[in-house]
Design a protein around this ligand. Structure first.
Ligand SMILES: [Fe+2]
Length: 260
């Protein structure tokens, strides 16, 4: 069974009505050998009220990589049996196109956001609430999903809808795959909790710090932990692949919101 680190953070925020526990499940990058059992066990053992999946659960949803999808759908389905699941889109749902901004020739391979409706239907059918640059309000809390800008033609996130989201009076939780968007697009916004992944903890961790993350470069700031008391970053669930993880065990995060 795959080794899994469990991180727990407590955030105090009086705008929430009582305690709530979130699980942050990110960057599974579902492949042929993906083992979801440790994740399901951690979810069952920790009984979250809600499960937040801010993207990169899959590698491609456009129908071209069918071999790795089973574990991703199975994870969503079984997670949704434990607690409500909210799902937003990372850059790898579209195959990771555009991840490497500095390599110009990759632009010639760029594919604008495109998903097979049948694949999206499967996510719905697994029981997840799908958030694609939009939000829903459930039990007095607004859940928004900021889709990866790397799958938009202009390679930037569509943030216009956030104005309406931020004006809501209820507590607001934003799923945002890219932690590097925090500084540029989200820092000044009225959002109570932001959850992210993408950086995979910086892939190699030295003295508790990540070494590299796409979109942030060498020794990135946003790879793990809690920032400004409201941005929580998962180091992701994908085990070592072609590039090994060093001192960086795949991670599931539990966030307890305390209103005291
Ligand atoms: Fe990503």
């Amino acid at each position: 069974m795959q080794k899994l680190a469990i991180s727990r953070y407590t955030i105090n925020n009086q705008r929430f009505d009582g305690k709530i526990k979130y699980a942050l499940v990110s960057d599974l990058h579902s492949g042929k050998k993906t083992d979801i059992e440790p994740i399901i066990k951690a979810l069952k053992d920790n009984s979250p009220d809600c499960i937040l999946m801010p993207g990169d659960i899959f590698e491609r949803l456009d129908g071209s990589r069918p071999e790795g999808k089973t574990a991703g759908y199975e994870l969503i389905k079984r997670a949704a049996e434990i607690a409500p699941v909210y799902y937003s889109i990372g850059n790898h749902e579209n195959g990771g196109t555009g991840s490497w901004n500095m390599i110009k020739w990759r632009k010639s391979f760029f594919i604008e956001k495109y998903f097979e409706q049948s694949e999206l239907d499967k996510i719905f059918n697994c029981g997840a609430t799908f958030l694609d640059d939009g939000f829903v309000i459930e039990d007095g809390i607004a859940y928004g999903g900021l889709t990866s800008g790397l799958i938009n033609k202009e390679r930037k996130p569509h943030v216009d809808w956030l104005d309406e989201f931020c004006k809501l009076e209820c507590p607001k939780v934003l799923l945002c795959h890219h932690p590097e968007y925090y500084k540029k697009y989200l820092k000044g916004k009225n959002i109570d909790l932001i959850v992210a992944g993408h950086a995979h903890g910086g892939q190699w961790r030295i003295f508790g710090r990540g070494v590299f993350a796409p979109g942030q470069g060498i020794f990135p700031k946003y790879t793990s932990g809690v920032h400004d008391g409201r941005l929580v970053i998962s180091r992701g669930l994908k085990p070592s692949g072609k590039i090994p993880r060093i001192f960086n065990t795949p991670e599931i995060v539990f966030i307890e919101i305390n209103n005291s």
